[in-house]
Design a protein around this ligand. Structure first.
Ligand code: HEC
Length: 173
């Protein structure tokens, strides 16, 4: 029988080649934006324009983005994923921690990292319940929970010094 020499016993065969930064930009942010953009009110000269999911197709599409966002919280927990590519810097070093420091924080306490990922997972779970009930108010509220989960993690790992920077409480990017 052929042994799989490259897979040591009980090691999952994950290939976490993309960075946390890339997963944020490619999976987390675009799907969260889709969810946040699903309900809106705009006042125009023609009156107030309300946007909300209406058709079964609208709800189905929204659900696909919510599932993608929720699964991205598992992706970022895969061990041995780099925060950024070698040589990539913090956007605003007055406010943002370096990717190296973020990496050390994650690896020295994976429980806290997982707790923050789960906060987002759970917030998207509430959003999904709202989708299944086709309840616009529920998804609007859950959108706030999602935003809070992003912020809670970012304030811990990415820009814990945001209030010390010259730009005050303005968030990077
Ligand atoms: C479990 C922690 C965690 C959660 C939850 C999280 N992020 Fe992040 N995010 C990070 C970390 C760490 C970085 C900083 C990586 C770096 O150095 O750029 C980051 C960076 C980003 C970036 C910048 C990427 C770049 O190119 O520099 C964006 C955009 C972003 N997150 C969006 C979001 C949004 C939107 C949410 C919520 C829907 C979210 N994140 C939730 C940890 C998290």
């Amino acid at each position: 029988m052929l042994a799989c020499v490259s897979c040591s016993k009980n090691q999952p065969a994950y290939r976490p080649e993309s960075t946390v930064r890339e997963v944020m930009d490619s999976m987390v942010e675009p799907n969260a934006d889709f969810l946040w953009g699903a309900v809106s009110t705009r006042s125009t000269r023609e009156g107030i324009i309300e946007k909300a999911p209406k058709t079964d197709e609208d709800w189905k599409e929204l659900r696909e983005h919510a599932i993608s966002l929720r699964e991205a919280t598992n992706v970022i927990q895969i061990p041995n994923r780099s925060v950024a590519k070698a040589g990539e810097k913090a956007g605003d070093p007055r406010i943002e921690l370096t990717p190296e420091l973020i990496q050390t924080m994650i690896e020295s306490d994976r429980t806290t990292w997982a707790r923050h990922a789960h906060e987002l997972y759970d917030a998207v779970g509430i959003y999904l319940k709202g989708i299944d009930a086709k309840n616009v108010d529920a998804i609007t509220d859950a959108g706030g929970d999602i935003d809070k989960a992003c912020e809670d993690c970012h304030r811990r790992y990415w820009y814990p010094n945001e209030n010390k920077g010259q730009s005050g409480s303005v968030r990077p990017k």
